[in-house]
Ligand binder design. Structure first.
Ligand code: GFB
Length: 317
């Protein structure tokens, strides 16, 4: 285990984005630490307003920050709302990082995404692949904003000695995910498609694209655990990959979800929808070497997600 570089005990810890999937997982994880968690809802604090963010930091004086607030979405949302993904994410991260610096925040963890890497990055993707090639066009807007966030942390570290670090999680899923088929990521979309097809006795479900892209999935609770680990144990210029190390094709993922759900219909393809990056497996050796590893396997995570989706459906009825 790496030496602790930052102690959370007795600290005021702001979780930006506490209503989101990762932010809410961080809040649950921090219940096990002896710290005070600070949160602000969207109506209390508009993170795209520089003045509002400065005022909130001056009034609330956090010691540490998890920057998990972001405009996020799946491949189609990224591809159809490029201005929102670029503008909102740049504003949120620039405002929070500058306010954290001005108000003496001791430690900040910025949350990025594996889409920061080139479309055809060498696999598994090491941290050193950043800016080595052209980005995947469907999500370059989001990727550019997240790369800017990494660079902001590095710049404040270099110029001001701020202990701001960046973590790059792989494709995430988990409690509180977005199940809207137009804007969601693939795993919650397939959970919804399979469950609805089973309930309706439908003969098939349809996947976007070719079904051949490979993705690596990590449960948001594992991600939150890794982020708390990094806040405590890592202080460095380079960002750190946070992955599970296991990859699966989209078609195999659909089959795994169908099996878990008890759905035996056919799986069809809609080639008019984009595939995105062909393969996105991160090399998380750096994090593993520090002593962290995930604890929720994909089958167990899908089981939990199906149960949570069924609960949501039951509540809605
Ligand atoms: O999860 P996803 O939207 O994001 O799509 P990315 C992953 C793959 O699943 C793509 C396919 O090849 C999709 O075409 N897919 C199949 C589907 N059926 C579906 C479906 O019903 N819904 C969705 N959403 N996909 C995102 C980036 O890329 O990943 C973000 O756009 C971010 O910026 C995020 O980085 C982690 O992995 O392709």
């Amino acid at each position: 285990m790496a030496d602790a570089t930052y102690r959370l005990a007795g600290k005021r810890v702001y979780v930006a984005g506490h209503r989101g999937m990762v932010g809410s997982a961080i809040v649950r994880r921090l219940e096990r630490e002896d710290c005070t968690v600070l949160q602000a809802t969207r109506s209390e604090l508009d993170l795209t307003s520089q003045a509002a963010v400065q005022a909130w930091f001056a009034a609330n004086r956090p010691d540490a920050v998890f920057l998990a607030a972001a405009k996020v979405g799946g491949i189609l949302a990224n591809d159809t709302m490029p201005a929102d993904f670029l503008y909102e994410n740049l504003m949120i991260e620039a405002n929070i990082i500058e306010a954290a610096h001005r108000n003496g925040v001791e430690k900040l963890v910025f949350l990025g995404s594996s889409c920061i890497y080139p479309k055809f990055a060498r696999q598994p993707i090491a941290e050193s692949e950043l800016l080595e090639g052209a980005l995947e066009p469907t999500n370059e807007w989001y990727a550019i904003a997240k790369i800017a966030g990494i660079k902001l942390c590095q710049a404040y570290r270099k110029q001001h000695g701020a202990d701001f670090i960046s973590a790059m999680p792989t494709n995430l899923y988990g409690t509180g995910d977005n199940y809207d088929l137009k804007t969601s990521h693939v795993l919650p979309a397939l959970v919804r498609k399979v469950e609805e097809a089973r309930a309706a006795g439908a003969p098939s479900i349809t996947l976007w694209g070719s079904g051949t892209p490979l993705r690596e999935f990590l449960h948001a609770d594992d991600c939150a655990d890794a982020l708390v680990f990094l806040m405590r144990h890592y202080s460095g210029h380079e960002h750190v990959n946070v992955g599970s190390g296991a990859e699966i094709s989209i078609r195999d993922l659909a089959q795994m979800i169908a099996r878990a759900s008890g759905y035996d219909g056919a799986i069809e393809l809609d080639p008019s929808k984009p595939d995105g990056t062909p393969r996105k497996l991160m090399d998380s050796a750096k994090l593993r070497a520090m002593g962290w590893q995930p604890s929720i396997g994909l089958e167990a995570g899908i089981g939990r997600t199906l149960a949570e989706f069924r609960e949501l459906q039951a509540k809605a009825e």
